[in-house]
Design a protein around this ligand. Sequence first.
Ligand code: F6P
Length: 508
Amino acid sequence: MKTEWQAVEEAAQAAQASALVSKFDEEKSRLQRLTFDVADMHFDLSRTHLDIGVVDAFLALAKQTDFQGLRARLLSGDTVNPTEGRAASHTAERGMGAEADVHAADEARRQMRALYDRIEGGAFGDVRHIIHIGIGGSFLGPALVIDALLPKEPRYDVQIVSNIDARALERALMHVDRTRTLIVTASKSFTTLETMMNTESALKALGQDAKSRLIAVTAAPDKATEFGVDAANVLPFAETVGGRYSLWTGVGLAAALALGWEEYEALLSGAAAMDRHFADADLTENVPFVAACMDLLYASVIGAETRAVFAYDERLALLPPFLQQLETESNGKRVDRDGETLERGSAPVVWGGVGTDAQHAVFQMLHQGTHLIPTEFLAVKEPGHSIGGDHHAQLLANCIAQGAALLRGRSFEEAKAKGADDALAHAKTFPGDKPSSTILLDRLDARTLGALLSFYEHRTFAFGALLGINSFDQMGVELGKDVARAIADGDLGDLDPSSRDLLTRVGL
Ligand code: F6P
């Protein structure tokens, strides 16, 4: 009997039989069926190999894998992370989850608000600067949100430090008035090497009383108080919130301070709107689900090893690195939930940049290179500046043009007709037929950004659920940490000759 995956493979093969551009003629309702309007965003997945056959095959796979059951478990606070034996309760931070989780999240938010009010009220002096210290999920979300939404006249100067390379801390310190600086250390575990070392060095650099202006955001409050943080300055959050999903907890404190509390709440309410869509919309209309089918189609069936994301908006410049962690740390796995080796590819390499800059760097490869690179474009209808002129019209036109050019290409004959000889015409030929998706935001504000990030979270979950993997652990980051620890302890054990030689060269 044909398995559900075999049916997906057959549907994918059929979908690749005709050129993408001709699909609009073959399926008259294509644009309407593969575009979605949710939470003030327009999602266009029509310039891809998704078609009725492919979506139907994924719907059958969803049934066989009990996708809806797993989604219900996620959204009601049941265990969805079997290797760590716990739930993934980030949606509870936005009001959807087990009653106890939502209650705990509300309580933590009240504490966060109280601390926010103390900071604003001068309990830590006349704070002008915040150094947010954290790495991975304790860094990428806040950095993206602050960069995307920072008003022209920021409420605070926020410096974000993640790397253990102290050059990052040194740069941050150059910007701050040391006596008016608050340190926010965000670490779920409160043991992460980079974050602890940066916090210690920052305290040293800021001087004697800096510890009184240290705030800890963590799922391990005891460790924070042991470290010397005043218990009143510790914001706890639940162990069940994964690091890369922790923006919605007190990890967002620096963002809340930088943007203002109302904006922070709008971010959460935007995320909640997308949660409701993901929970309630029929699967054929469910944009995180359909986008996950598209991702699986390319990464796990057709075999595209990468996925590119280009934000045609400076404000979203940090979206690609955020997605890199979200998608690859969640779904870059080699075994399924039962520990069986996967038979197909998992998370693609996620990379990208901003348009139009990237057009003058990597787009050559997108248009004429030999890799299949499903590409995602993001753009915002309203500009993020008041300079006026043609800037925004040009930006949007370029964004839409790139997708159109990837789709249609330029034939050899067309290149020749422009007067080129054969060799030159070959060099000027664009094969086209390259898939892209587009997300068009009505505006970029806290609410739409919250909804966008929630969309990506659920898309990532749906990808893992359909593939049968656990999207909520990250065992793959451990081995390198163990080896680094052993080296630091002088235990070179069975280290290979190349590593030993390199260590000698750097004097270790
Ligand atoms: O090393 C990976 C990781 O555990 C990420 O998942 C996490 O976001 C990051 O490290 C930081 O961890 P923590 O918040 O515990 O400092």
